[in-house]
Each structure stands twice: as C-alpha cells, then as structure tokens.
Design a protein around this ligand. Structure first.
Ligand SMILES: Cc1ncc(COP(=O)(O)O)c(C=O)c1O
Length: 489
C-alpha cells in the first residue's frame, strides 16, 4: 500500500480519536482501529517511523512508541532488515463481515433501519488516488480565487448570510437557471431550483415528500449503490430494473406494477456510461405520466463530456411535470463543498421548500453567494473546460494501458463523460476479491458486483476512476492492478 494512502487512512482515524489524549495514545488507537477494521490489512508494510512522523507532523518518538505498543500486542510484526508489517492476527481470528470503515461494529440499540443502513453501507474511507471512481482532481481547483470569493462574503458586513435560510440564495438560483439553459437545454424559472447539501439529501427529500413507507422505487441494475441505500433507508422497496443498450429497460410486467419513484441517470448511466436513447426517454416519460410515477433524474457529471456536446436532460424533454432533476457541484468543483440542487416541477416547489427547511434547515449561504459569483463571472465554465482537457488525457492513458496489458480479457464501457471507465471481465472472476487485493497493494477500485441490488444479476468488473490520478501515476498503478488481476484469470 502506498505511503500516500496509508497517511490518508491514518489521518482519518486520528481525527476520530479524542483530542485530549496524548498523541502517542491517539496514534496507537488510530492504527489499532484501522487494523481491526482491516482498512490496514494483513501484510501492509507501514512506513518507517521517521517517514510517518514527517508526514503526520508528529515527533518521531510518538510514532516509535505507538509502533512498539502495537508490536507488543501483536497487531504489527517486525521483519528483521525489512520493516514493520500488519500481522495476520486479526485476519486469523475472524473474517471481515462488511467492507472496511471507520465506524465500529456494535449493532445493539440501533433501530432495524439503523442496522440495515450499517449493514448495507459501502462508502469508503479512502476517497482519493488511483483509481477511486467518482472523484475529481481537487488539487486543480482554483483555491485562491475561491478563497477570495468566500472572503468577500464572510465578514461582519455579510452576517445575514450566517442565518438559517428558507429559500436559499436567490442570485445563485438565477445563475444556475442560466447555466442549465445553455448547457442542459432546460428552461426553468429560478424559483424551481432548491439548493441542497448534496444529491443524497435531495434523494432523501424526494423519498420523504413523494413516497410512503413500502412504496416501490425502480433503480437501475447495475446502478448507484449510494442512491439505493438512501432510498431504502427512507423505507422504500427497491425494485432493480435491468439495462440494455438504450438504457433503463422496464418490461410490460414491470409497468404492470408501476413504481412510485424511478431513479435514473439517463445522460450517463452510472456505472456503465450508457446514454438513454430518445425513444426510451419518451417511453419512460409516457409510462410515468400514465402511472403517476415521479422520475428522479441524477445528472451528476454530464458537464464533463469529452466526445460530444452534453446530452439534453430528461427534465427538458418532459412536458408533463413528472421529472425532478438533481445536479451536483461535487464532480465539477469538489465533493466536500456539499452543494447540489434540485429542479422541480412548478407544482412541487412550495412543498419541497417547506420540506427542505423542516427536515434539514438551509444554510451554507456564504458558499452559495461565492458560487453565484463564481458562475456569473465565468470561472465555473472555465474550470470545467480546463478539467475536461486534463481528464480526457487521463482517460485515454488509462484506456491505452488497460488495453495493452489486458487485451480481450476485459471489455470497456463508459468514458464519453465523467470521471471513470467501467471494465467488465470476460471470464468469471471474483471482482470483490480483486478489489480487496489491489487495495492491499495500494490501488483503489470498485468491483462492479457492488453496483447490483440483486446479487443474482451480478457481473464481474471494475469501475476505475481516472480523474484524480496524475498522468505519470496511471501506468504504474495499472501495472499493479493487472498483476493482481492476472492471479485470478
Ligand atoms: C451517480 C452519482 N450520483 C450522485 C452522487 C452524489 O453526489 P453528491 O456528492 O452531490 O451527494 C454520486 C457520488 O458519488 C454519484 O456517483
């Protein structure tokens, strides 16, 4: 596992430790928990104490003493003349039940919902590096410009922006409406826009405002597991609908039991990258109108389209107000901004504004004001334009490297837009094991099997994010990944 990943993991675990404890204790607890969670797996070589101390900005003695304690307790083992490794004690004692995570495994006291959220959780501690899908290169963001804009709105004269907000920042909605008109062929009144803290919140709001406990929601199979988890946690019954070359492909039998909600990513299906065809879009809109279903259109990374102009939105095609559009700033700016927006049919706006305010309370007005100016002054489109060039080159390098090393063993899809390429294996392999082993060697990826709601439908593959990987780092990371893959072919 690379130094960078280890430092990221240890930093995140350190942040969870009580600040009052001595640093040596916090570091010991952080490393121990990472090993118990198997985020640092058996066989991972820890960096030399001097190096880790430098990376974490700690005294060397602090690191030495934490390592010593973990060696004594058996979590680590020293190999003479080689270094310090995570021992096999934890793996030998029990097999991991769930993916590695920061949270503990206590389930007592949780509701059935809480337990189910924990059991189906799939988000990762690691959010960066080769080949984490769905993440942009945040190092390329124009920090000084953003800092200046935030500074402009973050001072005593602008204290009104620090209150709760019911309606959000008006000029941001105007800026977003203008942007959507030009790029997504959507003619919307700014009033139809509700600014939220990330798409997940928008999904939760849709589930709560438009559906009741036990109502059916169609999700794409394979599809975005994060959306599935939010919708399921809100009490909806998940009904996976398969895809074909034209996108979401509900059968007549499916329509015989119409859903309350449909969750779909028509412009670039996640994770396959399929673009929904026009005839399929029209069929879906007609079916939703006839059966009174609502469609949630997840348009998460379409600005980053490389080969053609962005595909028009489903929202813009719908004349009968059945579509709720979800856009996010996570992929084109940075995920930590936690700003996204919904565009609603006019009749839903008032109810959603109230729901948003009652359930979550609005805020982040300083960021909203900075963002409005960022868009109005052209920085937003300039940043997207610049990133498109960088990402396209990275996509091409990844594609060439994978093709030259794996040839016909895999088939690639996606990559016309967005931040990742999907590789399907042409022979049956255990993709989850490949992903776990490649993580242990420092390369992050997501197995395709995790995107299926019904494991019987599952196919093996890997979803590889290229956007946050500097050009020079791509070939070595592919070499590592391919070494792992070849052990399984
Ligand atoms: C397909 C898809 N939709 C939506 C999101 C969530 O975006 P946000 O950061 O706005 O919650 C993600 C995040 O990874 C995603 O992959």
């Amino acid at each position: 596992m690379e130094l960078r990943l280890i430092v990221e993991v240890v930093t995140q675990y350190l942040d969870q430790q009580p600040a009052a404890d001595k640093l040596r204790i916090r570091l010991y607890m952080a490393l121990r928990q990472a090993i118990l969670d198997r985020t640092l797996q058996q066989g991972v070589k820890l960096p030399p104490t001097r190096m880790l101390a430098e990376e974490l900005d700690l005294g060397r003695n602090t690191v030495v003493r934490a390592y010593e304690q973990l060696l004594v307790e058996g979590y680590l083992e020293g190999r003479v003349g080689d270094g310090t490794y995570v021992s096999n004690v934890v793996d030998a004692a029990s097999k991991p039940a769930a993916p590695k995570r920061l949270i503990g495994t206590r389930r007592e006291g949780l509701s059935r919902r809480g337990t189910s959220i924990v059991n189906s959780a799939a988000s990762s501690v690691i959010q960066n590096g080769a080949f984490m899908p769905g993440v942009p290169d945040v190092d390329q963001f124009p920090f000084s410009l953003w800092r200046r804009l935030l500074g402009k709105y973050l001072h005593a004269g602008q204290s009104r922006l620090l209150h709760y907000t019911h309606l959000g920042y008006g000029p941001l909605k105007v800026a977003l409406a203008g942007y959507l008109r030009v790029t997504r062929m959507m003619v919307v009144d700014p009033k139809q826009i509700v600014v939220i803290n990330g798409s997940h919140q928008g999904l939760d709001l849709c589930a709560r405002m438009l559906a009741d406990q036990g109502d059916r929601v169609w999700v794409e199979e394979p599809g975005y597991w994060g959306a599935r988890n939010v919708l399921s946690a809100a009490g909806l019954e998940i009904s996976p609908i398969s895809l074909d070359a034209k996108g979401l492909a509900p059968t007549a039998d499916d329509w015989a039991q119409p859903p309350r909600l449909v969750f779909t990513s028509p412009s670039s299906q996640y994770p396959t990258g399929t673009v929904m065809s026009l005839d399929r879009r029209l069929e879906l809109l007609e079916g939703a109108f006839q059966s009174g279903s609502w469609i949630i259109e997840d348009d998460y990374d379409n600005e980053l389209r490389y080969d053609e102009r962005p595909v028009a939105s489903l929202f813009g095609l719908c004349r009968r107000q059945r579509v709720i559009y979800l856009g996010t700033l996570s992929k084109v700016m940075f995920p930590g901004i936690r700003l996204a927006y919904m565009v609603l049919p006019e009749d839903l706006v008032d109810a959603f504004v109230i729901g948003n305010s009652e359930l979550y309370r609005g805020g982040r007005m300083t960021e909203q004001a900075a963002l409005a100016e960022f868009i109005d002054d052209g920085h937003f489109t300039a940043h997207i334009k610049r990133m498109r060039v960088i990402y396209q080159e990275r996509r091409d390098i990844l594609r060439q490297e994978m093709e030259s090393r794996l040839g016909n063993a895999v088939s690639v899809s996606g990559g016309h837009a967005g931040l990742q390429l999907l590789y399907r294996f042409n022979a049956p392999v255990d993709d989850a094991q490949i992903a776990a082993q490649s993580l242990a060697e420092g390369v992050v990826c997501r197995p395709l099997s995790m995107y299926y709601a019904d494991k019987h439908n599952s196919r093996a593959g890997l979803n590889l994010g290229f956007a946050a990987v500097p050009e020079k780092a791509i070939a070595p990371a592919v070499a590592t990944l391919v070494r792992v893959i070849e052990r399984h072919l």
